[in-house]
Structures are given as C-alpha cells and as structure tokens.
Design a protein around this ligand. Structure first.
Ligand code: BTN
Length: 271
C-alpha cells in the first residue's frame, strides 16, 4: 500500500545509517526532476563530495538507460543517487557492476528473494525487473561517478511494462522502503570498499555469482545496430559482455539482453 510522501522516518533516515562514509550526507526530497541530475548539479557547484546521497519520494523527469524515462510515482518506491569520487587511475565501467552487485546483495539480505542481475544492470527476480541502475561518470573537476538506483518497492508498476515487478509483489507482502534503503547504502559501501581493496577481479567474481545472463542463449538489441544472438559467455572488467557465436567471440558494450526461453521465444524486455 503506497504511503503519502516523505515520512518522518525517511526525513531523518541519515541518523539510522551504519555506514562509515556512504550517505553522509543524505538529502531527502519530496520531489525532484531526477536525483541523478540533482546530485550532478550539487557536485558541479561544489556542494557535494564523495559519498553524498539523495533520495526523493518522486521524480518528475526520472531517467533510464538509453535515453528512456523512468516511471517515478510518489509514495512507495526508492529513487536514490550516490556520488562516488574514485581515484583517477581506477575510474572505469566496472563501477556499474559494483552498483548492481550492491542492489542484489541488499535485496537478498533484506527479503531472502533470489534477486539477480541481468546484463548490463537490471536487477530481476525470476526474470522480471524490479530495479534499474543509471550510472553517469566524468573526470572534471575530478573523477566522479553518480549511481542512480530506482527500485520498485511497493508502488504501481509502469503500465507500459507488464513484465516488470515490484518487490512487494514478488515477496507477497509489505516491505518498509526505509529499511531497504539502509541495506542498500550498507551494501554499496561494502561493495565499493571491496573493489578498492581487491580490484576488478573481486567484482567479476561477485557479479558472476549473482548474474542471470551468463551461460544463456540471448539476443542483444543494440541501439542503432542489428541485434546479435549468441551464448553469453563472460563479463569484462569494463562492464562489457562477451558473446559466443559458434567459434567467434564478440564483445557488446551497450544494449539490452533478452534471454531465450525453452520454447525458443525471447523473454520480453521489462524496462
Ligand atoms: C534503467 O533504465 O533501467 C535505469 C533506471 C534508473 C532509474 C534511477 S531512479 C534514481 C535515478 N534518477 C534517475 O533519473 N534515474 C535513476
């Protein structure tokens, strides 16, 4: 059941964080155009630094990957963005994998559901998407990455995408979004620190152990290009996907994966 805007607990949620540095500070908003855009504006004007987070109850121009919109009604979901400023020599696409790992770890810990990542960065349960991640990055005035996470917790699903799911629906019960957000911040701090300390190999291993794509026959819809079909073989440390077509291996940098079902059809996308 959807709530009504920012709860008193949500307003003060930073006080409940048990992280060392992530989400400090956290800004809570009732409504914003996009939390990614908001955080980027704060960073560019010198008001936000490494670890800063924002969580809005609603977005009026929520953005998804590949230029899509992200359905962002008020009252029951999570729309949050986190600013990370990694060491210059470590900035790479691997951070988008780190974000996906964190979401899946948090949801597994919180609900016990078999959450997985479908390449590149959709969090799914039984193939149905409940969370999207939008990662933006740059190097000026210093290396920065903004990780935007949209989780369908208990709110209505985008009516255009019947194949998406909310966590409440997947669980068959109510979830407290404040508790899940706290777990998400904890998991993201842990995953980022693991990557800093143990490098890209840790990320590839962690991602592989929670993914829903490798080993499957897939079709990759690539923006502006013909789709490719093949077996998803492995992930690269820049976030790319290696696809096997007979004896050839091809690398996909951007696209949308549909997994082939037992009857030969491809599963519908669920942006
Ligand atoms: C996708 O297309 O799957 C990515 C969706 C990302 C949505 C989140 S909601 C919080 C943050 N702010 C945005 O405008 N987008 C991301």
């Amino acid at each position: 059941m959807a709530g009504t805007g920012v709860s008193p607990r949500m307003r003060l949620i930073e006080q409940e964080l048990e992280t060392q540095w992530l989400g400090r500070p956290t800004t809570i908003l009732a409504e914003v155009d996009s939390t990614n855009r908001w955080l980027k504006r704060q960073f560019m004007t010198g008001w936000a630094a490494h670890g800063a987070a924002v969580w809005s109850d609603a977005q009026t121009e929520g953005r998804g990957r590949l230029g899509r919109a992200w359905y962002s009604p008020a009252g029951a979901n999570i729309y949050t963005s986190i600013l990370l400023c990694p060491p210059r020599q470590r900035l790479s696409g691997v951070l988008s994998l780190v974000a996906g790992i964190a979401v899946v770890h948090a949801v597994r810990r919180h609900t016990g559901l078999d959450a997985r990542i479908k390449w590149p960065n959709d969090a799914v349960i039984a193939g149905r998407k409940f969370c999207g991640i939008l990662v933006e990055a740059g190097v000026e005035p210093e290396p920065w990455v903004i990780i935007g996470v949209g989780v369908n917790v208990g709110g209505p699903i985008n009516p255009a995408f019947a194949h998406a799911v909310s966590l409440a629906e997947a669980l068959g019960g109510h979830l407290v979004r404040e508790d899940l957000w706290l777990d998400l911040m904890q998991s993201l701090e842990e995953a980022y620190d693991q990557w800093l300390n143990h490098g890209d190999q840790w990320v590839i291993q962690a991602w592989t152990s929670v993914n829903a794509t490798l080993g499957q026959r897939v079709r990759v819809n690539r923006p502006g290009h013909d789709p490719w079909e093949g077996i998803a073989e492995r992930i690269d440390s820049d976030g790319g996907l290696w696809l096997r077509q007979g004896t050839r291996l091809k690398k996909v940098i951007a696209g949308e994966v549909s997994i082939r079902l037992a009857d030969g059809r491809y599963a519908p996308d669920s942006f």
